[in-house]
Every structure is written in C-alpha cells, then in structure tokens.
Design a protein around this ligand. Structure first.
Ligand code: 5GP
Ligand code: MN
Length: 339
C-alpha cells in the first residue's frame, strides 16, 4: 500500500519518464512497457521506451512501437546515456537484475532518477527505490494492469493499452495454460475484453506470423536436432551459428522451440542451447517441481522463474553442451522424482 501511495506521489506532476525492459524483449517485456507508456502519456508525462536490443517483428503492431528507441552500442550510445541521465523516473519492467539490460545496466545504476521496478522474476536485485515485484504474477503486464487500477485510473486503459497488456499476459501464461493462470488473470482479461481487445487477432499476430523459412527451420530442428535423454527425463536442442545462418534466422525465430522439447511425454526438463557467436544463450523449461531458475542460476549465470529460465555461457557451443550433459547426473534424482 505504501509503495502505491509513493508511486502516486511520484507521478502527481508531469515527469520525464524512461521505461526499459530486458534484452531481446518478448511480448510481456514490450507489451508491459508500451502498455505502461500509453497510460503515462495519457497522464501528461513525457515518456520514452528504450529497449536494450532489437525484438521480433511480430511485436511491431503494438501501439507506441514506432517510438521505441533500440539501444545500439555503435549508433546511439550517447543519446541513450543522455536520456537515462535526464529522466526523472526510470521504470524497469520484466527483469530483476541489471545485467539483463546489458550495457545500459551501469547507466541506469548510476542515474539520479527515481527507479521503479515492476517485475515477476525471482530474487529481484536491490537497485530501485520503488519495487513492485510479485513472483506469483503470471506476467509483468498483469502487475502493470493492477498498478494502473490501484492508482485509480483503470478507466484510462483503452483498447491500445489493453492490447499491449493482453499480449504480455497471453504469452507469459503460454496462452492461459501454465499454472500461473490464476483467477486474477482471467478477471483482468475480462476487463481487457470489456475495452474491446480482439484476443484472437492478437493471438494470430503473435503466433501465426511465421515466414516459410522459419517453419522449415522448425521442421529441421525437430527432425534432426532434438535429443531425448530418457534417463534424465530431459530433452534438449543445440543449434549452431551456421544453422541459424543457413535458415536466415531472425530475432524471435527460435522463440517457442524449447516448448516442443518439453511437450514430449515423460519429459520434465527441456533446454534450448544456441550459439549466438558472442555467447551461448540457453533457455530452460520444466514441468513440476524441478527448478530451472536454480539450475540456470547455479550453472549458467542466469535465472528466471521456477519453470522458465534462461542462462548464458561464454565458451564454445560444444563445450557448453558437454558441461550441460556433465551436470545432469547431479539432478537425476530430482528429475526422476514424481513431478
Ligand atoms: P527465455 O528462455 O524465454 O528467453 O526466458 C525465460 C525466462 O527466463 C524469462 O522470464 C526471462 O526473462 C528469463 N531469462 C532468460 N534469460 C535469462 C538470463 O540470462 N538471466 C536471467 N536472470 N533471466 C533470464
Ligand atoms: Mn514476463
């Protein structure tokens, strides 16, 4: 309650506000950012959304997308630094550790702005003055909806803001099937329907917008790259930089692949391991009690949620994969336990 009162006070007068979110923003990262931006603009604030990297084209339909500034070390470092330094308030959405915004991390850390963290990841770092962290929330967009409502402004949530928030909740709940899909989630969705959000259209924009190449890449990966380790109830996919190149893979093209590995009967742990040249990026998913957050945190400098997390390794793909395979026996008992 205190926090929301403090936020209300902070936003009493029009402010210069910067909103940022994690590297390679997904629909929740971008949707919660643009939903919040839409609301704050209606309240008379000057708002800039800055993402630490590019994001998939299938998110470009969101209202406010055209004004997003994508940080790029080579082209706009000075501009972004300036924007961060002149902001009076910085909202950090959908991430819990400053390492998730890459080069922008130290700038935000040192900025004099009041920082507001809005997030649902585990173990938030202590860098913000106001913290709205709810690890039980299905999506950051759910928390943004609640913040706007608790600030007394639900009436300002129009169809444009609603679409952004819907996209975040829809994707982070796996289209309303993960256990995080609470009654509260459905009640919020009912409110978004009320303002005219076209839910099936948003689903289509996000999930049925594959290029032909992407679909063929998916076919190749499922046929030739998927490995199932029954003894660990684990399935993984490792993709080389050459394969990404061959299939002309774009940002977002590998999203969702890890879920195919998890969809195999009996599998409780899935990993997607991708050679991004400068680093190996990993996506982890689990069902039941096995915590991929703990796994990613302990072995791959990452984190996330219990059943969805990510990590990174600064060694070649083959070395990362063999380390992954060497670690698995440590977890065999946990993985074989009834989930
Ligand atoms: P994804 O596998 O979809 O990239 O990410 C799954 C979840 O883990 C997301 O909530 C994402 O924010 C988080 N995540 C992904 N990569 C990392 C990472 O390197 N570090 C941390 N702390 N979280 C990550
Ligand atoms: Mn999220």
């Amino acid at each position: 309650m205190q926090q929301i009162t403090a936020l209300k006070d902070l936003l009493q007068e029009p402010k210069e506000i910067l909103i940022t979110t994690h590297h390679k923003p997904d629909a929740d990262a971008l949707g919660s950012s643009l939903g919040l931006a839409g609301y704050l603009k209606k309240k008379g604030h000057v708002v800039t959304v800055v993402t630490p990297s590019d994001y998939p084209d299938f998110l470009n339909w969101m209202n406010g997308n055209n004004d997003v500034i994508t940080y790029d070390t080579a082209t706009n470092d000075e501009l972004v630094k300036k924007l961060i330094n002149q902001a009076e308030v910085i909202f950090c959405l959908d991430f819990s550790s400053l390492s998730r915004i890459n080069e922008m991390g130290p700038y935000v850390q040192e900025a004099s702005a009041t920082k507001v963290l809005v997030d649902h990841h585990l173990d938030p770092e202590d860098f913000a003055q106001l913290i709205f962290s709810d690890t039980r929330a299905a999506a950051t967009a759910e928390i943004v909806f609640e913040l706007i409502r608790d600030l007394g402004d639900q009436a300002l949530i129009d169809v444009h803001i609603g679409e952004c928030l819907y996209a975040g909740i829809m994707t982070d709940t796996g289209s309303f099937r993960h256990p995080s899909t609470s009654r509260n989630v459905h009640l919020i969705i009912a409110e978004l329907l009320q303002v005219g959000v076209n839910t099936s259209n948003i689903h289509r924009l996000i999930y049925d917008s594959h290029t032909e190449t992407r679909l063929r890449f998916l076919g190749y990966v499922l046929k030739d790259k998927l490995t199932v380790l029954r003894e660990f109830r684990t399935a993984y996919i490792a993709i080389t930089a050459e394969e990404l190149k061959k299939y002309d893979s774009k940002t977002g093209d590998t999203e969702g692949l890890v879920n195919f590995a998890l969809s195999i009967e009996g599998v409780v742990f899935a990993a997607l391991i991708i050679d991004r040249v400068n680093a190996v990026k990993m996506s982890f998913r689990s069902v039941g009690n096995f915590s991929v957050n703990d796994f990613a945190r302990k072995h791959f400098q990452g984190g996330g949620h219990r059943n969805a997390a990510g990590g990174i390794a600064f060694e070649p793909l083959a070395a990362t994969l063999s380390r992954f395979l060497q670690i698995l026996p440590e977890y065999q008992d946990q993985l074989l336990k009834d989930n």
